[in-house]
Each structure stands twice: as structure tokens, then as C-alpha cells.
Design a protein around this ligand. Structure first.
Ligand code: SAM
Length: 244
């Protein structure tokens, strides 16, 4: 490793598991062990991961609501030459999680003074896509769809898209989201088909890497019916894939 990397302040963006605590890279563990401070969203969540790997470090709370103060504190620590690791409750920071604004502020305000490094690992979007059996060469990832204003527009955008569309959904909204898709997407027998000339299909990857992991696939109305008939599965975490 060149000398400059050993002495410069570093901001490491570290991906952590999306469920199964075994899903963490050797490099992520080493980075967390080497950090002066670990910035995390919820100390209770991160404490479980850190305890499992016997990592004891000062934690600094950094979440969507922490405001500019938390960013300022991180910039200050970087200014002192510290190594900061940023993690979130699950997966890759910046992917429907805090991180991107901090990285932008460090790039803009500190430039070459700080080395920013990616420590890649799990993200629910790539995990879901990897078991979907659809091409991951061309897809539109939409994160969480807007809750109110703009939600219908987002579903219309999915319906009009020629790409595989992927979004994150919570248990509170999954059934309504499936109902909207069933209403807006062309169904079996319609003239309007997807890119491949077939009806577009829905896949719901639920609780990936966890005990109750499941993968439901079908036409929009079939998948909506599945959850209507299996209310016990309307809990946990969901990735929704709409094929091209
Ligand atoms: N940063 C994370 C990532 O890299 O995927 C995403 C965090 S976002 C706040 C949380 C959402 O991601 C959940 O509501 C769900 O839609 C999705 N998600 C996270 N973990 C998941 C899992 N184990 N199974 C299915 N979806 C998951």
C-alpha cells in the first residue's frame, strides 16, 4: 500500500449484512477494526454486529435526521487525520440509506486531504437481482417510491418502462404497491406486452438472507393474491422486481 494511503485521513464507506451477520467481508471487518471512529445509524443495531466480531470502537450517530452537526463532526475528525468508517443498519451506505451527502461534503470541502474508499458488500437490490433469473445488465433501481405525492407517477413510470424496474418496499405498503401494479401493468391477454413480447412479471424477494427468506413470482395479480392469502408474509423487508 502506498505511504500516502497509510497517513491520510480516510473515510471508509463500509457495506454490512442485510440480515445474516455472516455476510461481511474480511476487508470490512479489518476496516472496522482499524477505524478510530465508526459512524452508524442506530447504535443498538450496529452493536450486535460489532459484538459478534469483537470490535470495540467509539460510535458516532449519523442518520437521516442527524442534521448538519453530525456531518460537521465527521469532517472535523477527518481534518484531524482520523480514520472514519461509515456503516448503516444494513447493506451499503448511500443505497436508500444515508451516506451520499456526507461523501459529497467531504469531496467538496476536503478534496485530496481525505481518501474516500469503498468497502463493497451486500445490498438488497443486488442480492434480489442475483436470484431473480433476469438479466442484471439493464435495470432501473428506484429505491423507496414516494409515499404520497408522486407515488402514482412512479407506478406509471414503471408501467411505461422497457427496463426491469426494482424498488424497496415496507410491510405497510407492499399490498397497496402490488394492487397498483396489478392495475397499471398490462396483464395476460392484453395487447400491450413487455419488451420481450411477454406479460411483465413481478418478483418479491422477502427477508433475504434471513430465516424466513422467500421469493414469490408471478403475474401482478397472482403475486397480489399470494400476499392477500398469506397475511403472515406481509411482514419483514421486501424488494420488488418488475421484469422488462
Ligand atoms: N442500504 C440498504 C441496501 O444496501 O440494500 C437498504 C436500506 S433501506 C433503509 C431498507 C430497505 O431495503 C428495506 O425496507 C427493504 O426494502 C430493503 N431490504 C433491506 N434488507 C433486506 C432484506 N434482507 N430482504 C429484503 N429486502 C431488504
Amino acid at each position: 500500500m502506498p505511504d500516502q494511503f497509510q497517513t491520510r485521513a480516510t473515510l471508509s464507506i463500509v457495506a454490512t449484512p442485510i440480515g445474516n451477520l455472516g455476510d461481511i467481508t474480511l476487508r470490512a471487518l479489518q476496516t472496522l477494526k482499524d477505524a478510530d471512529v465508526i459512524a452508524c445509524e442506530d447504535t443498538r443495531v450496529s452493536a450486535k454486529l460489532l459484538a459478534k466480531y469483537d470490535i470495540k470502537k467509539p460510535l458516532l450517530i449519523f442518520h437521516a435526521q442527524s442534521g448538519p452537526q453530525a456531518s460537521r463532526r465527521i469532517l472535523q475528525l477527518l481534518g484531524e487525520g482520523k480514520q472514519i468508517a461509515l456503516i448503516t443498519d444494513a447493506g451499503t451506505p448511500g443505497i436508500s440509506d444515508p451516506g451520499s451527502e456526507l461523501v459529497r461534503a467531504v469531496r467538496d470541502q476536503m478534496g485530496n486531504e481525505v481518501r474516500i474508499e469503498a468497502i463493497p458488500g451486500p445490498a438488497a437490490v443486488t442480492a434480489a437481482l442475483s436470484i431473480a433469473g433476469v438479466s442484471g445488465n439493464d435495470f432501473l433501481f428506484m429505491g423507496f417510491l414516494p409515499h404520497k405525492k408522486g407515488r402514482l407517477t412512479a407506478f406509471k413510470e414503471i408501467a411505461a418502462s422497457e427496463r426491469t424496474c426494482i424498488f424497496y418496499e415496507s410491510p405497510h405498503r407492499i399490498e397497496k404497491a402490488l394492487a397498483s401494479l396489478a392495475e397499471l401493468l398490462p396483464s395476460e391477454g392484453d395487447d400491450a406486452k413487455g419488451k420481450a413480447g411477454q406479460s411483465r412479471r413481478i418478483m418479491v424477494a422477502r427477508e433475504l438472507t434471513k430465516l424466513h427468506e422467500s421469493f414469490i413470482e408471478g403475474t401482478p395479480s397472482e403475486v397480489a393474491k399470494h400476499f392477500a392469502e398469506h397475511k403472515g408474509e406481509v411482514r419483514g423487508e421486501f424488494v420488488v422486481i418488475v421484469t422488462a
